[in-house]
Design a protein around this ligand. Structure first.
Ligand code: PMP
Length: 373
């Protein structure tokens, strides 16, 4: 018998990875039902414009396909054969370069796990989507932040500098790009992208909102072996709760991605819903068209308030700077009226709110409340 007495109290926290123990906690958004209870409002009275979700939801054919699918007791296909074939037809890209994930988020994590050792560097360009930094930090990577300019365009010279400095023996391995960018909705030009593709790094182009912009880097994947394009069904197809995303990867990394992917990462429900969405494009594209029209109206109407300065957006949300008023107070005043928007107050995003594009009646409710507060 060893001296260690089994069952002795163990300070389990001392066994944690020190870097994880020191990490800041992630602040998730509140679940809808919790919010509803907190505000004392039924869910149908809440105008949820804080997470860039699609207010039209999944297509009726998608809901019918989900209801009719009888095999949820069987594990999903680890090779995602039907889904990748469907995506291949939809994108005009060979299926052997496509991998699906439980949202684009899972693919971001997979990319970080594939390329990053502790101490490796990545470039992110804030203000931008938070998961690049989050996933890189979990791998123990160094996050090099190259801030955007005041108009949210990329500082290409500053990014390139990290690859030419002779004193940096370990140049960044991944550059994370987002087009349209979250939270401002601006695009990365093809010229800027092609310039960055010359860097000796993996270029991850996150196109979560591309369907609202009508521009994409997908075809550029044909002639660049360092470009990854990520997309999702969360926004245009209204499947955020089901978790379905996909990536188009360089041929040379596919074999390695398969090695580290969880076998059953995309659920049967997500697979059925994604395939049914691809079969109901006309319906879903009509909703995208409505959201684009509503975005234009929202931008115009928000610009009429002297305390709001909306930035031009090509996504399904509009970022506004709040001028001469307390943006946090504005967000809270809207919340008390059942209207949820996202509030930011950090470098590059001082005194800002981001409003997701809803249905016309959601815009109406927002505008009425803005006139009252
Ligand atoms: N990329 C960006 C830029 C996003 O804003 C989001 C969603 N908030 C995602 C990726 C994640 O998408 P998914 O729901 O497919 O994980």
């Amino acid at each position: 018998m060893s001296q260690v007495s089994m069952g002795q109290a163990c300070d389990i926290e001392t066994l944690l990875r020190p870097d994880v123990a020191a990490m800041e906690e992630y602040t998730p958004i509140l679940p809808f039902e919790v919010l509803s209870a907190r505000l004392g409002l039924p869910p149908e009275r809440i105008v949820k414009l804080d997470a860039n979700e699609n207010p039209y939801g999944p297509s009726p054919k998608t809901l019918a396909a989900l209801a009719a699918f009888p095999y949820h007791n069987i594990y999903p296909d680890p090779e995602q054969t039907a889904l990748r074939a469907g995506l291949s037809r939809y994108l005009g890209i060979p299926a052997d370069r496509i991998l699906a994930g439980a949202g684009a988020d899972e693919l971001l994590d997979l990319i970080c796990r594939l390329f990053l050792y502790p101490g490796d560097a990545v470039i992110v360009c804030p203000p931008t989507f938070g998961m690049y930094r989050f996933d890189a930090l979990i791998q123990g990577a160094r996050v090099v932040e190259i801030s955007r300019r005041d108009d949210f365009t990329l500082d290409l010279d500053a990014i390139e500098k990290h690859f030419v400095s002779p004193d940096d023996a370990h140049p960044p391995k991944i550059v994370f790009l987002t087009s349209p960018n979250n939270p401002d909705g601006g695009l990365i030009s093809q010229i800027a992208l092609r310039r960055l593709l010359r860097l000796p790094a993996v270029i991850v182009m996150d196109e979560a909102y591309t369907e609202f912009a009508g521009e994409s880097a997908l075809m550029v994947t044909h002639d660049h072996s360092n470009l990854i394009v990520l997309r999702t069904f969360s926004k245009w197809a209204g499947l955020a709760g089901l978790r379905a995303g996909y990536g188009v990867f360089p041929a040379a990394v596919m074999r390695h991605l398969w090695k580290i992917k969880q076998p059953y990462n995309v659920s049967t429900a997500a697979t059925v819903a994604a395939l049914a969405s691809l079969d109901d494009l006309a319906y879903l594209h009509e909703n995208v068209r409505r959201l684009i029209a509503e975005r234009e109206r929202l931008q115009r109407e928000l610009g009429r308030f002297d305390f709001l300065q909306p930035f031009p957006s090509r996504a399904n949300f509009v970022l506004c700077r709040v001028i001469g008023r307390d943006a946090r107070f504005l967000k809270q005043s809207l919340e008390r009226r059942g209207i949820l928007v996202r509030f930011f107050d950090r470098p590059g995003l001082r005194s800002c709110i981001r409003v997701s594009v809803g249905k016309p009646e959601h815009t109406d409710a927002l505008l009425t409340s803005l006139r009252e507060v």
